[in-house]
Structure formats: structure tokens, C-alpha cells
Design a protein around this ligand. Sequence first.
Ligand code: GLC
Length: 744
Amino acid sequence: MNNTLILLAACFLLLPSHSLAQRFTTSPAIERKIDSLLALMTPEEKAGQLNQYSGDFATGPGGNFLRSDHADMARSEKVGSFLNVLGSDVVRRIQHIAVEETRLHIPLIFGYDVIHGYRTTFPIPLAEASSWDPRAVELSARVEAREASASGVQWTFSPMVDIARDPRWGRIAEGSGEDPVLGSAMAAARVRGYQGTSLSDPTTVVACVKHFAAYGAGEGGRDYNTVDMSERTLREVYLPPYKAAVDAGAGTVMCSFNEIAGVPSSVNRWLLTDVLKKEWSFEGFVVSDWGSIRECINHRIAPTSDGVGRAAMHAGLDMDMESNAYLGLPRLIASGTVPLSEVDESVRRVLRVKYALGLFDDPYRGCSAEREKKEILSAENRAAARDVARKSMVLLKNDNAVLPLDAAKAASIAVIGPFGNDKENMLGTWSSLGAGSTVVSIMEGLKTAASPKSRITYVKGCDIEGTTTDGFAGAIVAAQNADVVILVVGESRGMTGEASSRSQLDLPGVQAELVRAVAAAGKPTVVVLVGGRPLVIGGILHQATAVIEAWHLGVEAGNAIADVLFGTYNPGGKLPVTFPRSVGQVPIYYNYKSTGRPFNDSVHYTSRYFDLPSTPQLPFGFGLSYTTFSYGTPRLSVQKITANENVVVSVDVENTGTRKGEEVVQLYLRDDFATVTRPVKELKAFAKLEFMPKEKKTAEFTITPEMMSMYDLSMKKVIEPGTFTVYVGTNSVDCREAAFEVVQ
Ligand code: GLC
């Protein structure tokens, strides 16, 4: 089929997200209501609104999540919000106290970490980012909001949008990788999914974009560690996804634990007030991270709770999660240490979100056991999780087209490895109330998908960690007796997420040795990688016939992986983060600076390691398909423009293979010469397009003045005259080029 379609490629990616969504805003009517309420509130009641307590998981799902004092705290108006209090019955009970047994009847707001699923666990966010499909990510967030709101959750501490260039950091699993444009598209998609078109819809939850800011840039990839960077890097690389989420309407923001250049975010007025509330016109509220105000004592900002509380309030941090620092505010107001106006502004912002959620009209937002029964883990939700999981996988190698498996040739399949029959770890980090028992394991998925005549065996081969190779022999025999081997190796869920930074990026334990031993059996060997970060996989790429990055895919992991292995679905994912050859290369990312001695492995005096090639193992944006695509040379609508004009880029892409498939067409740009150094290339737009066999399409992108702009020496946003190089391709390295010039 040779039809050429002109496509405006995924325009919502090319336009600033605020042009499509509405920022969270208040209204004169709501402000008048808040004025009236503020006038009635005592300093103690105001401080109470700014205080958030956590439920107690020890009394857990079987209990009521409440600590013994929680009811009294609500009754005495010393708390404005709870997190980790879950279930419609418990939420109704504690909310009833707040709205019926208090003087002013102000409803509580209930928050929870619904990061990639409430009970129907979706792929971890890094996996979903691999789909490069904002619609899929929006669907994921929509389902999560429906389930969680049925249970009384009104506020999710998501999306986590922290850019991460260091895979040692455990929380790289929670974000969307290393790039600001991909990260911005995912951030906006999640906010749309969580918040829908109106927060008055009881199936929505208000989003909380986190962790503001630059939490992913901790030195050494160590969690909570020091961040020190220029304002230019902060603004060009790390801030865009937070702004995209705010522009998409996020009603709340969570500040980060870390300092930036000497100022902890919890007490950073430049960040929370000057940038977020003034420059970005953010009208919602900022919540601290867990205890992060109190931790400013450890940062040595002040020796007392009152000291750090005062600094946080002055910075514009509106709500205190679990530091107990703001209950001292009445005393600080009375002593004139904290202006009442600062407290009133924070209370106003908190009340705005409560009004926007409709909590003053229906404090329960229709949460009920009936809704929970209808919404949670429904077949529809599982189907959505399976679809998103299929889209989240990245095909890294496929020699001899060993994939997709041919049921006839793969009569006997040996599944080997510590994750081949695993359920719990497929949930990934931050899996909310997800349960291992709800997960379809890879063995289960394969058995369901394979032909009844197939013989599928499972041998663990080795543990996730540990040194024993006692299981190798059995694994090798299983491989020798099979037509094809599926090796499932990687990281446990506990090796990723918060406080889970690793000093190494190798497969844990003896898993790499298992791969080598099993591959030596000489059978077609497919490695399925599971985990929450890029790993060092050079050996695996050499030894295996095929390799799929499957991350932690959630409840439908087994079915989704089987769909890809048997070809029901042709994988079209792309890496959202660079894979290094060794941990020694970290940080390594695609949008690097040239330096005065650009690395060249054949020239001694250049910026490189002499014991390793300078290129990454796999580049940002990399991903294969069961079909093949060819790219034409990009065509530009114009060769010379002035600084306020657009350039339209058209590129022909053809599916040269025999299978239907999706391709993420990526557009990068380089400002060739400028008064400050510029990255060798930067992603500016992308479009995921579906092709029938032999189908050719023309992808069309518009390069806007915003995309050509940079911060000059005085940190002013400008477009400097000169040439720009356009790169269009299938990943950040394999591109076709064109050039245009901006003239005065
Ligand atoms: C944690 C995390 C944050 C989470 C919060 C509430 O420490 O840093 O992402 O939302 O506490 O659970």
C-alpha cells in the first residue's frame, strides 16, 4: 500500500500544553466564599488547615488506617488533610467528624500515592514513558483516578516528573526519563487523566506534580542528595515537566527533599513563590514532602521546628506533610514572627482546591462500597492495563527474527530465571494497594497465549540475589530440551523506587552468569528484562538472540509480554533514557554538550575514557519493531526565517516490512552556534504513527520560535540568529539531517 498521508504529527506535543488544557484557576465567586470563611477562622483553625497527617498502615487494609488520635485531631480542627487513609467507609467516617462535629464544618482532603495504579496496577511510569504515547498514559491515569476516587481518594501525589540522568537513582523508575519534552508530554497527559475536564467530576482526583524541583539530579544518584546546578540547566532541562503539569491544570505541587545550590526546596522562596506562583501564575497549593520541613533542621537551616516552619511559610510552602511544624503558627503569628497574611494566603490556596473538588457541596464525592465494587479491578481496567503494558515494552534486539515466536516452531518453550513465574515484583515500586495475587505472571501469560500443543516448562535457575549457581545445571538441561528459551532476569521491585539507589547497574546476583550459561546451550534465547532502571546489558545483548525491555509492567505483565512474544502485538516502544555501557559512564545522556574536545575514540586528547567506547550501550529513543522503517531526507518549508517565524519539517517514513507496526518519529534540533554552549541536539517533538505493511506516510512537524529559543548570558529567553540543524529519525542517533537559518 503506497498512500501518502500528510500528518500534522501529534500536534498536542508541539504546542505548549497550556494551549490545550486550562491551568488550575480560582473564580471571584470562590474567592468571596473563601474571604467569608477566612474572616471567621481563628489562627488555630487556619494552622489546622495547613497540617497533614498520615494514616497508619499498621492498622492497614484490615484495620482503618487511622491512628487513635486522628478522630480527635479532626474534631479539634488541627488537621486539614490526611494521606494514607483509604476506603470509602473510613474516609466517610473521618470526614463526617470534620464536617459535622466542628465549628466551621470545613471538609478534609484525602491524599494518596496513586502513581501507576490504585488496585489495577499499570506499568511503572518509566515503562509508560517508553510508550511515547501520551494517550496511553492519559488512559492509565484516568483508570487510576476512577478506582481511587471510588475509595475516597481525592488527591493523588502524582505525576512524578523529575528528570533523571543517573540510573543509579532508584526513583528513575517513577518518572519519564531524561528528556524535558518527553517528560512534559507525559506530565501533561497524566494531569489530564487524573483531573479530567473538571474537578467537580467525582471520578477525578486532583493531581500533585512532584518533586519540585530537580530531585532527580542528586549527586551520585543518591536519593535525597545535594543538587547543585546552574539556573540555565535548571530551567532548560529540569523545570519544563513541572511547568507542563501546571499548565495542564495540576491543582497542587509537592516540593522536593533536596536543596538546589544551597537552598532546600522546602524553604526556597525563589522556587516556590517567585517561579511557581508568580512567574507561572500557579493558583493551587504546595504541599511539603514527608517531613521535609522538619528535615530543614538537618539541612541546618534552623535548629528548631518553629525556625524551619517560619522559613517554609515565608517561602510559600502551603501545607505541612508530617513535620508538625505548622501547628506552631498561631504562636508565631502572635509574636509577629510570621505575618498573618502569609498564613491567610496558604489557607486560601488550600481552600481553593477543596472548593474546586466540590468538597463543600459533597464532602464524600460519592465514594462508596458500591462504586468500589464496580470500579476496582474491573475487566475493563485490566484490559486497559494490558494495552498500556504492551505499548510500554522496548524491543532491543531480534536476530534472525526469532520473535515473534512461531507457535509451530516453538513447540517446546523453556522459561528460565527468577522472574519467570513471579507476580509480586511485576507490580514495581509505589504500587499503592496493588497485590501480587492480582498479577498475571509471565508463565501464566505464556500458557494462556501458546497453542495447547506447546510444552512450556519453568526452571528458576537462580535467585534474584545471592551467589549460588546450583540451579544452573537444571536450567541448562531445560534449555537443551527446548526449541526456544525465554530468560526472565532483572531487578526486584524493592531494588527500585525511594531510598533504593544502587552503586552498580549490573544484573543482581548471578543472573548475568545464568544468561551466559543458558545462552551457551545454543538454542534461540530471548531475554526479557524486568526492572525499574537502565541496566548494564552489554553481555546479554551479545549472548542473547533477542532482548526485550519489559520494566515492571503491573497486573497484566504476563499477558502483555505474551502478546509481544507471540506477535499479537508488534512492540513500538522507545527508550526514554540512555543505557550506559558501564556505571562508570554515568551520567550519560543524549543531549550533552560538545565540549572543546568532543569525544573521539580514535583521538587521544579528547573527552573520553580510554578503557571504554564513548557511545552509550543504547541511545535515548532507541527501539526496534518486528517490521522495518525507512526515512526520507527531511524537507523544510523554508531555508531562511526571521526570529518569529515557524519552519515546517516534512519527512517520508515507510514501513518496508511485512507487518503492521508503530514508529515513533522523533524530531531533534541543534542551535549550531550560540553565545552560550548548546546541547548537540534536543528533542523538540515526536509522533507515534501506525503503518500497515508497505505503507508510506509523511510526518509533518512545526518548529516554533519557542523551540528555537535559549537562555542567553543574562538568562533572557532569546532566539539568536544563525543556522539550526534539524534531525529526524528513529532514535537520537540514527537521524537524517536538514538545516535552516535564522536571520536578523
Ligand atoms: C514520600 C515520597 C513522596 C510521597 C510522600 C507521601 O517520602 O517522597 O513522593 O508522595 O512521601 O507518601
